[in-house]
Design a protein around this ligand. Structure first.
Ligand SMILES: Cc1cc2nc3c(=O)[nH]c(=O)nc-3n(C[C@H](O)[C@H](O)[C@H](O)COP(=O)(O)OP(=O)(O)OC[C@H]3O[C@@H](n4cnc5c(N)ncnc54)[C@H](O)[C@@H]3O)c2cc1C
Length: 402
């Protein structure tokens, strides 16, 4: 009987666990999820929390009942260290768990080493965590009462720059709705060499559309920008330019979770798991990684000026490959499924402030045959429908659905 341990219970972790269990159904193998939180969080909807369009409770699903129904064990603990040589994980509850197969799906941590960027200093807030989204909600309503210049942007290693664009357009929309837009100059500061690079070397129509969006909404922008510090009322760029700010939201660099950085021999320099096209660790064949925790673009990251984004769609696709490969190894097969990261399709819906954009690329990175940035100027219907579908699918444990 094999022990399969999954660290993390969100997009990649939940799907890996449920799919591994489903594929091994009838066998006596045990699948266990260890997660530091007891719920699934639909992260894409965090962009709506600051504007009271969602509460955190609307986008959370408790995972223990979902896993229990599927016959998967759940342990709410934080993994602190992985010993890949002894096949063992230790947690904050001083427990030690042995595994035959380990799936690392712990997503990413945030790096606030940029001077002045740490949210506890009060100069900068990032909306991509539940607490950050709630803090921004308070700050947004203070801004409505006391308008001033706004700086929105991302650092070069920010992991999902598309979400920072979404936040920008939603903020602009809500300022307009509350009648303060004319009093608030907005500057978008991005490490991208051009608007719409998005960490994927652009998609067809992206740059033109985003320039139009910026122009029609009177948002000025700085591309190729590196921020050197964030202070109470200003953001300083490496060019020497100082931008005045009453409200700053800069997406920080992403880095691997502490558990990876604390586990010698496991992660790359930034704490992500180097994996092959089978999503197996490059040195330990019984360790798999999926989602943001996995670094599958081993030869590409240095040539790209901003971080390659990982969507929920990709995280799940990788989780399916992991589940399939674990069941193949257990069944003594050697023909493991392979999908080079760069060839996974890029698919996401961007909310552009009650308008939306469908972004599709047949391969996430070039070379590719087809890509499109398709605005829908009427309403953001698809993104809201996708949220409902995803929460329904998660509540019911239907990980096999797309
Ligand atoms: C603000 C924002 C907006 C986004 N919008 C979109 C979008 O519109 N569409 C889209 O497709 N993608 C979007 N994404 C990307 C998407 O959220 C990620 O691709 C997805 O969350 C990756 O899933 P994951 O399971 O790899 O990591 P995560 O979702 O980050 O999950 C990691 C899990 O591991 C747990 N964990 C961490 N460390 C430990 C530990 N030591 N021990 C135990 N458990 C641990 C965490 O608590 C968490 O539950 C967005 C991302 C952000 C940040």
């Amino acid at each position: 009987m094999a022990q399969i341990l999954v660290l993390g219970g969100n997009f990649a972790g939940l799907t890996s666990a449920l799919e591994t269990k489903r594929r091994l159904r009838g066998d006596r193998h045990e699948v266990t999820v260890i997660s530091k939180v007891d719920h699934f969080l639909y992260i894409p909807s965090l962009i709506w929390v600051p504007f009271k369009e969602r509460d955190i409770s609307d986008i959370k699903v408790p995972i223990e009942p979902v896993l229990k129904r599927a016959g998967v064990n759940f342990i709410r603990e934080t993994a602190l260290k992985i010993d890949p040589f002894a096949s063992k994980v230790t947690t904050d509850a001083h427990h030690s768990y042995h595994y035959d197969f380990l799936v690392i799906a712990t997503g990413s941590d945030l790096d606030y080493s940029l001077p002045g960027s740490d949210p506890t200093l009060g100069n900068n807030t990032y909306f991509g965590t539940p607490s950050g989204a709630i803090t921004i909600r308070n700050q947004f309503f203070q801004l409505v009462d006391n308008p001033g210049p706004v700086i929105i942007g991302a650092t070069p290693k920010a992991g999902y720059i598309g979400a920072a664009y979404e936040f920008l357009f939603n903020l602009e929309y809500h300022m307009k709705r509350r009648g303060i837009r004319r009093e608030v100059p907005i500057v978008w500061v991005t490490p991208e060499p051009y608007l719409g690079h998005l960490g994927v070397e652009g998609v067809f129509g992206g740059t033109t559309s985003l320039k139009l969006f910026m122009h029609s909404r009177s948002i000025s922008f700085r591309t190729n920008a590196t921020i050197t510090s964030i202070d109470k009322e200003k953001v300083t760029l490496s060019s020497g330019e100082v931008l005045e700010s009453a409200f700053t939201m800069i997406m920080p660099p992403f880095l691997g979770q502490e558990v990876i950085r604390n586990s010698p021999g496991l992660g790359d320099l930034r704490g992500f798991i180097p994996v092959q096209a089978t999503y197996q660790h490059k040195d330990f064949s019984n360790i798999f990684a999926a989602g943001v925790a996995a670094n599958a673009a081993l030869n590409r990251s240095n040539s790209i000026p901003c971080e390659i984004p990982k969507t929920g769609f990709q995280a799940q696709m990788e989780a399916h490959i992991v589940a399939e490969n674990i069941s193949r190894v257990i069944n003594h097969r050697t023909d493991l499924r392979q999908k080079p990261f760069c060839e996974i399709p890029g698919l996401c819906i961007m909310d552009a402030g009650h308008k939306e954009v469908l972004i599709y690329a047949n391969h996430l990175l070039r070379p590719r045959q087809f890509s499109i940035f398709l605005p829908n100027p009427i309403y953001d219907f698809s993104k809201r429908t996708l949220e409902k579908y995803f929460l329904w699918k998660t509540r019911n444990g239907f990980a096999q659905l797309p």
